[in-house]
Design a protein around this ligand. Structure first.
Ligand code: SF4
Length: 488
């Protein structure tokens, strides 16, 4: 790896263990999540943004200092992990878009951190080598550069490096009349070179993602990799909410009040629908049932809760006991393979199984029409300013950040103080706040990785990350459970 920065043109060819495969992928995912969070919380490229991103890179052991020569391991990890996530995130348009955006932001940050000479070396390395304008030539053309480059004073022209770029690479700047042209070359200031590099990177990465998607069937036929890749694309890097630490701490008659105070909108909506129609289709039962289990409903409570509600509708007690009760026991690990099922993470809810007509599962920020979402938020008494901010985040496809904003306005805190990845995390944080157990943070923070956890949600830390076989079994088991729930 000649540079700390890469365009990821050649895939890795070495053999790696499945444990390393998974741990690299999880770390990159954490990094990209941090990039997303920071990009919304701070102005991209300002000092706080840069400091926080550098600290994430250091923490996760990715190359953070362009000058460091002895970071072979970090560069290797950077290279391999990028390609693993490429495999996981090429599978749908939404995933590709998200991955591309975060990788672009990461590259922009890293490129701008390079020293002039390293930048030059990197440009040569990726065949985008542009000749710097010499000091003499710059002085000679200072007037032209100043008048043809918007936002540039004479002093700024003197300070910044300019590069001579072929018109084909600078076509956007040229079209927008933002650049001085002479002798078939555009004189591009350093601040615009990153745009050229990024455009180039975007084109290459989009194409690579499309090509990867085409070869996906071959990769997916590998039984070890397929479940891992699917888990990654629904990636979740927080605590495991299947562990019932709070089992039995909630009584059934608290649920209505809790659904208003402490449920995230996805679960609040499911609860309301269940109360209104005394039924939920299987997608809703899966999503809501496992969430309730995660917040502490015991099996006995769950059976009572669902039965009471369903028999108020069209299902009689006998039908409930014969069909639905089995699937509830199954989700608590008391039937079939006896697996303790894990509540769904936001990514899983957002990225898979979109709701159709008559369904109430999914994430309202992702799956609701904006007008309907607005009405819902009004009904939830979110103030107009908050609604506008939430809708803006939704427009930028930052669904979990929109949910964090919802948390802030409904809990009257300035800063949510955590990075939302899971509906059960939302609930726990809300309860901590409402019970006074959490100190309200005033400083904006990006705590996206404060609770690192394996994707397969079975290990306490990365060193004990599960092997692919556990992921395989988990995936197979989940399918089995979903099959039980298919009865509407
Ligand atoms: Fe639920 Fe997560 Fe969507 Fe919030 S972001 S509504 S917690 S799925």
């Amino acid at each position: 790896y000649p540079h700390s920065l890469q365009f990821y043109l050649d895939p890795p060819t070495e053999n790696i263990s499945l444990v390393e495969f998974e741990s690299f992928a999880i770390d990159r995912l954490k990094l990209l999540k941090a990039v997303e969070n920071l990009g919304v919380s701070y102005v991209k490229g300002n000092e706080s943004y840069k400091t926080k991103l550098e600290s994430e890179l250091r923490k996760l052991k990715f190359p953070y200092k362009a000058l460091a020569e002895d970071d072979y391991e970090a560069r290797r990890k950077d290279h391999i992990s990028h390609f693993i996530l490429r495999l996981a995130y090429c599978q749908s348009e939404d995933l590709r878009r998200w991955f591309l955006q975060q990788e672009m932001d990461l590259l922009r940050y890293r490129f701008n951190e390079l020293t002039d000479s390293l930048r030059q070396k990197f440009l040569e390395h990726i065949n985008l080598s542009f000749e710097p304008v010499s000091e003499d030539l710059k002085n000679e053309l200072a007037n032209e550069l100043c008048t043809s480059t918007p936002g540039f004073s004479m002093t700024k022209v003197k300070e910044q490096m300019f590069y001579m770029v072929g018109l084909a690479d600078a076509v956007d700047l040229f079209r927008a009349r933002r650049v001085f042209i002479k002798g078939g070359l555009a004189y591009v200031p350093l601040k615009d070179i990153d745009a050229i590099v990024l455009n180039n990177y975007r084109a290459k990465l989009s194409k690579a993602l499309a090509l990867t998607a085409r070869s996906l069937p071959a990769v997916q036929s590998d039984k070890r990799l397929q479940p891992l890749l699917n888990h990654l694309s629904h990636a979740y890097v927080g605590p495991d909410y299947s562990l019932q630490k709070s089992a039995g701490k909630i009584s059934l008659d608290q649920i209505d009040a809790l659904s208003v105070k402490s449920f995230p909108p996805c679960m609040r909506q499911l609860h309301r629908a269940l109360r209104d129609s005394h039924h939920l289709r299987h997608g809703g039962r899966m999503q809501y049932g496992l969430f309730l289990k995660g917040i502490g409903l015991t099996l006995e409570q769950a059976l009572e809760f669902w039965k009471k509600e369903f028999i108020r509708g069209k299902v009689d007690a006998d039908k409930f006991d014969k069909g639905y009760a089995y699937s509830i026991r199954h989700s608590y690990g008391k039937e079939g393979r006896r697996t303790d099922y894990t509540p769904y993470s936001c990514m899983k809810i957002i990225m898979s199984n979109p709701p159709s007509q008559g369904d109430y599962h999914g994430c309202p920020f992702r799956h609701c029409d904006p007008e309907l979402l607005k009405q819902k938020l009004q009904a939830y008494k979110v103030p107009p300013g908050g609604i506008a901010q939430i809708l803006e985040l939704v427009k930028g496809m930052h669904y979990q950040l929109a949910c964090q904003k919802y948390f802030e306005v409904t809990h009257d805190v300035e800063d949510v103080g955590f990075s939302l990845n899971h509906p059960n995390q939302y609930f726990t944080e809300s309860q901590r706040l409402l019970s006074g157990a959490r100190e309200v943070k005033k400083e904006p923070s990006n705590s996206g990785n404060s609770q690192p956890k394996s994707i397969s949600q079975e290990s306490k830390n990365l060193s004990s990350a599960p092997t692919s076989s556990s992921s395989t079994v988990a995936a197979a088991e989940l399918e089995e459970l979903e099959a039980y729930f298919t009865e509407d």
